[in-house]
Design a binder for this molecule. Structure first.
Ligand SMILES: [Zn+2]
Length: 413
């Protein structure tokens, strides 16, 4: 009996050790240390084929983004709509729920101009709780809908001044690079900030420790000096479209901004969460302007290449980084007929599914057909797997320094 007990005890021990080994890596850090979420806004499959064809011919080489190992399809409909806008689509990724078009990670079901409480928690806020640094890069105003949904909560995408304030004062995003700050405009319930309000916000940014830069050479200098926080506003509004950039453009390219963001963010031992948007692919498609679309996709793809180069420099980076390239919706209903013949169905967005490409920890779950809200769960779970189930910070409600009563999110949800 005793011998049996001993044998049983030993075998239980071995079994437990085996189970711990089996779950050990999952709890001890198999998830993502870094997340790089790249959005080619409005890019459907036809836009991609069009760009590839223009850059390398019908049988030309694949774009860099096509080299990502995992491919999936996303449904994009929004709350109450078959066709999403960028605000609802990015909010769905950021929070894992459907939102009405125009909302930035915010429901306002009684339409009183205030976000309903509790606020949904965004992926960036979850990354922040884990001590990660945050970055937003865009070629539109930096306060445009797609980056905004990750780092702000407002009832309207037109609340760009309030979005800017939240980036700096609430979410404290370390790296913000792109066009200027937009202002609050109707139907945003907040008053416009105007030039005086803008100057006050920039003063506040400096007080909070941001290096505020406005051109490419300032950006380079600040990065070389090792600034821990950087606010790069390289235009009043959006940046110059890629196909119109002059040879010595004083604005940095999307690839340059992406590299600058990585250089600042990679210093955080806890990792980072970076969103990079090729904002104007959508705008070119709204205008049915093929050189505009091709130029923007090419510039976006160079930013993807820059991320790949950064990963190639250190094998740990590729192993620990979840890289996602996800269009938010298709714009224009583009069809490719002959080698030079294209047809557009609309000046608006369409409701067709869009692809997504990914690699790194957790990306296996981004294959097959998904709803855009599921992308949130995959990224969140990858962040949880990294921290481990025993990490008290994985159990909500999170002690967020931002706003009131965030919705608790549990790792097993
Ligand atoms: Zn659009």
């Amino acid at each position: 009996m005793r011998a049996w007990k001993n044998a049983f005890g030993a075998s239980v021990g071995i079994l437990l050790a085996g189970m711990l080994l089996a779950v050990g890596p999952a709890q001890g850090g198999s998830g993502a240390r870094n997340v790089i979420f790249m959005v080619p806004d409005g890019m459907g499959l036809a836009h991609l084929t069009l760009a590839r064809r223009h850059l390398g011919g019908v049988d030309g080489p694949p774009l860099a983004l096509e080299s990502l190992a995992k491919v999936g399809l996303q449904r994009t409909y929004s709350e109450g709509g078959a066709v999403t806008d960028s605000a609802a689509a990015a909010s769905a990724w950021a929070c894992g729920e459907k939102f009405a078009n125009g909302r930035i990670s915010c429901h306002d079901r009684n339409e009183d101009g205030h976000c309903d409480i509790p606020l949904p928690l965004t992926l960036m806020e979850i990354a922040r709780v884990r001590g990660k640094s945050l970055g937003l890069v865009a070629t539109s105003t930096v306060t445009h809908a797609t980056p905004a949904a990750f780092a702000a909560h407002v009832p309207s995408r037109k609340c760009e001044a309030e979005i800017a304030r939240q980036y700096l004062e609430e979410t404290e995003v370390e790296v913000v690079l792109g066009g200027g700050f937009g202002d609050n405009e109707a139907p945003c319930p907040f008053p416009p900030m105007g030039s005086a309000g803008r100057a006050r916000l920039l003063e506040e940014a400096e007080r909070l420790g941001y290096a505020v830069v406005t051109d490419r050479s300032d950006l380079r200098r600040s990065i070389q000096e090792g600034t821990p926080r950087i606010l790069g506003l390289f235009a009043r509004g959006p940046l110059i479209p890629a196909h119109r950039r002059p040879p010595n453009c004083r604005e940095p390219s999307l690839a340059e901004m992406t590299r600058a963001a990585l250089t600042v963010l990679e210093k955080d031992p806890d990792g980072f969460f970076l969103v990079v948007e090729g904002s104007q692919i959508d705008w070119g498609a709204h205008r049915h302007d093929i050189p505009y679309v091709v130029g923007e996709i090419s510039a976006f793809d160079k930013a993807v290449q820059e991320v790949q180069r950064w990963m190639d420099e250190d094998p740990h980076r590729a192993r620990e980084t979840l890289l996602i390239v996800a269009p938010d919706h298709e714009t224009g209903g583009l069809t490719l007929l002959g080698p030079r013949e294209t047809q557009w169905a609309t000046r608006r967005h369409t409701g067709v599914d869009v692809p997504l490409w990914s690699q790194g920890p957790g990306s296996k779950a981004l294959q097959g057909t998904l709803d855009n809200v599921e992308v949130f769960r995959v990224v969140r779970d990858s962040l949880h797997a990294r921290a481990g189930a025993e990490d008290p910070r994985t159990v909500g409600p999170f002690p967020l320094p931002v706003r009131s009563a965030p919705k608790p999110i549990h790792p097993t949800e």
